[in-house]
Design a protein around this ligand. Sequence first.
Ligand SMILES: O=C(O)[C@@H](CO)OP(=O)(O)O
Length: 249
Amino acid sequence: MAYTLVLLRHGNSEWNQKNLFTGWVDVRLSEQGRAEAKRAGELLAESGLLPDVLHTSVLSRAIQTADIALDEADRLWIPVRRSWRLNERHYGALQGLDKAETQEKYGNEQFMLWRRSFDVPPPVLDDDSEWSQVGDPRYADLADSDLPRTECLKDVIARMLPYWQSDIIPDLETGKTVLVTAHGNSLRALVKHLEGIGDADIAELNIPTGIPLVYRLGDDFMPLAPGEYLDPEAAAAGAAAVAAQGDKK
Ligand SMILES: O=C(O)[C@@H](CO)OP(=O)(O)O
């Protein structure tokens, strides 16, 4: 039996538009992002890939994307599970900073280490920063020691994979088409696991906003073939745009 998993990065957000490091800051979709989410829903409907269950992060941009896409596919009614474990990577002290200015200030090597290295986290974010999540009611059930102040991709994998095992796989196991609506780096973490991408090579992987990525999984819940974007051309252009974010002025 093949299981169907659809991954969807949220549409362009207000801070993607401004080219700011976002992480756990709860920004909303831009108008472009809402259009991308609608298009994602159309692509799902056109391909007959109708989700039976949704897993999202607890960040509004992923929730909005799922709602708009599912509305378009007439699937607003499906069960929903949300988890902080699907959140974007916590970007530490970079949260709220302009990407191009950061690249200019610290140089491309340091910028890319923080942005795409496997195990180098940015400096920690102070608890009294305006971009801190300390005291945010959505994390009230989280032990303070589990609330990140910064994360590298390795940290994201460590907190995301347990949720994949405990919550997403059981839904796949029942034969449901599972939609996971999440973020650039939490999805990079999941794709790294699924496609067995090495710690160095993962730096090259960028996930475009708002384009469904479909996997057929075997009995071991690993892909039978590489994932396929429902709009490969738009996905390639979108991934290139993400890669170039430091260069934008
Ligand atoms: O700012 C962020 O949180 C992420 C995703 O938008 O950015 P990057 O692609 O630079 O990791």
